[in-house]
Structures are given as C-alpha cells and as structure tokens.
Design a protein around this ligand. Structure first.
Ligand SMILES: *[C@@H]1O[C@H](CO)[C@@H](O)[C@H](O)[C@H]1NC(C)=O
Length: 128
C-alpha cells in the first residue's frame, strides 16, 4: 500500500537538502581551447566545463564534480545579461587566487546562460 506520508516526508527532505546546497557567486568565463586543465591535463572533457576558485577547489577534490548553474543577474556594467534556463558543467580546472569568480565557466557554458559581453554575472549553482 502506498503511504502518502512517507512520500511527502521524502519530498520535504529532498527540497530542504537542495535548498541548503544552492549557493550564489560570480561567474566569469574563458575561451577555448579548454585544455590543458588542472584536473585532467590534455584530456578533452568537452565544452561544458568550468574552473572553480579556491572556495570550491578543495585541493583538487572538486575535479569531476558537476554543478547546475543559473544566471541570477548582471553586475553593474551589464544590467540584463541573463538568459533563461541553466547549464550543467563539470569541474576540470582551478581558477587560481585572484580569480574574478567562484566559477570560471567555459565560454560555451557561459553563453548558454548569459550574454558573454557581460563578462561577469551573478549565478546560483547547485551540485548535481
Ligand atoms: C579562467 O581560466 C583560464 C584557464 O585556466 C585562465 O587562463 C583565466 O585566467 C581564468 N580567468 C580568471 C578570471 O581567473
């Protein structure tokens, strides 16, 4: 027999868990070629990739993690750069100290969620 209470409880827990993990930060981008990368050297991991700053890098343990990224708003220089939808990217690189963003997206990934002319946008990102 299907127990509705369990279903609701699981739903609530999943909801809280995902909300707790969502975070906001700046995203910048870099242009191809996306290799070599700090994680995988010359291995080609496609175009939906990102570098992460030290906040997420975690001594390289960030390599291979995937984040769903959504544009929230622009920075002052470009007021309305966001495109609708989101993109899932894989961590392949480290954005070294002095990085302008939490995420340093590939240009391909950035262009899916924002106008690249903006250069730098506020995103929210959730591990997937
Ligand atoms: C983004 O990553 C590329 C490749 O690692 C790097 O050359 C570039 O400096 C990074 N961008 C920023 C803003 O740090």
């Amino acid at each position: 027999m299907f127990d509705m209470r369990i279903f609701v409880l699981v739903g609530i827990v999943l909801c809280l868990a995902s909300a707790a993990q969502a975070a906001q930060g700046n995203a910048v981008f870099y242009k191809p070629p996306y290799t070599p990368s700090a994680c995988y050297g010359n291995r080609n991991d496609g175009t939906m990739v990102t570098g992460v700053s030290d906040a997420l890098w975690n001594n390289g343990r960030a390599c291979g993690r995937r984040y769903r990224v959504r544009c929230i708003r622009g920075t002052n220089e470009a007021p309305h750069p966001c495109r609708s939808g989101n993109v899932v990217v894989k961590v392949v690189d480290r954005c070294k100290t002095g990085c302008n963003g939490v995420l340093n997206l590939s240009q391909d990934a950035f262009a899916k969620i924002a106008n690249p002319d903006a250069g730098n946008v506020i995103v929210d990102y959730t591990p997937v």
